[in-house]
Design a protein around this ligand. Structure first.
Ligand code: 13P
Ligand code: SF4
Length: 307
């Protein structure tokens, strides 16, 4: 039997759903019950009526689902699926930074480990980061963790001077302003849509900067006919499916390596390992209860503020 059919049967038998990020392989997005950005995926995980959530994405996303739905089994097909940004903030280092900055509250991008979320006051995603920071009193001191690029973008947009952790996404740091300018010369009518995990000089070229869902929403504008895509290449599947009549141009990475605009961790998930994971109900995400409840506070605060 076709693997997709077998996956559908298993989902039905086990009351399982598949949540997938826009960066995963196209065949994975096709078997998902819901595809979205980090914020929408966490909202879905919180409200899903099912016994099992299979997370097609990376570890921090599956952990967020488990934090919000402890009674459900959360499966992550490949345990090694991590995130360079999440890896750039170690929980012990954050604990020390909190002690050294007692007047600061900690706002963490969701691309962090569950241990870091447990030490966080409020989480945010690239969809709601500006709203969350703007909702905090102007005089409140903030330590923003871990993305220095998203953090400096927020500082520029809000006029704040949040203290920034020195972390970055190795995929988004690859985009260079020169390559984008060169593409713009070839396609002068194209709009430049950028994820705010990119460096400041890249974000400065954007007609729009925002989350993957925000970028997709911008593509739907009727006046937009051509797009220079400055984020991970997996998003192209959704862009081209929604807008077969529009043109999308990917930016070549600075060092010329074709794979660099691709997040290797997001590509670990395949139809084969989805099937096997559903069959075995393993690997399962497990989180120690005191860490889970502490992390739930920071994520729930974000979800409440995003309603
Ligand atoms: P979004 O929340 O915009 O989907 O971003 C997630 C991510 O990992 C970007 O690299
Ligand atoms: Fe993490 Fe970057 Fe991959 Fe997003 S693209 S999951 S931030 S490594």
């Amino acid at each position: 039997m076709d693997l997709r059919k077998k996956i559908e049967e298993l989902k039905h038998q086990k009351r399982a759903i598949i949540l997938a990020h826009y960066y995963t392989n196209s065949e994975v997005q096709q078997v998902a019950d819901f595809v979205g950005d980090s914020l929408a995926l966490s909202q879905k995980a919180a409200e899903a009526e099912c016994d099992i959530i299979l997370f097609a994405g990376v570890r921090f996303m599956a952990e967020t689902a488990k934090v919000l739905s402890p009674e459900k089994k959360v499966l992550l097909p490949v345990v090694e699926a991590g995130c360079s940004l999440a890896d750039s903030c170690d929980a012990e280092e954050l604990r020390k930074a909190r002690e050294e900055n007692p007047d600061h509250i900690v706002v963490s991008y969701v691309n962090t480990s569950v241990e870091v979320k447990a030490l966080t006051d409020i989480c945010c995603t690239s969809s709601n980061a500006l709203d969350i920071i703007n909702a905090l009193p102007q005089e409140q001191e903030i330590l923003f963790v871990p993305d220095r690029n998203l953090g400096s973008y927020i500082n520029r947009c809000t006029g704040r001077s949040m203290k920034l952790w020195n972390g970055a996404c190795l995929v988004h740091e690859e985009f260079s302003a020169e390559k984008i300018k060169a593409l713009k010369v070839q396609h002068p009518e194209a709009v430049v849509l950028v994820h705010p995990e990119c460096k400041a000089e890249v974000v400065a070229l954007a007609d729009y900067a925002g989350s993957t869902a925000g970028i997709l929403a911008y593509c739907a504008r009727p006046e937009v006919r051509e797009v220079i895509v400055v984020t991970e290449s997996g998003i192209l599947y959704e862009m081209e499916s929604r807008h077969p009549d529009k043109k999308f141009y990917l930016v070549e990475p600075e060092n010329g390596c074709e794979k660099c605009v691709s997040c290797k961790d997001m590509k670990y998930v395949t139809l084969e390992n989805i099937y096997q994971t559903l069959l075995d109900e393993s690997p399962e995400v497990e989180i120690e209860e005191s860490i889970r409840t502490a992390a739930a506070g920071s994520i729930t605060r974000m979800l409440e503020m995003s309603k």
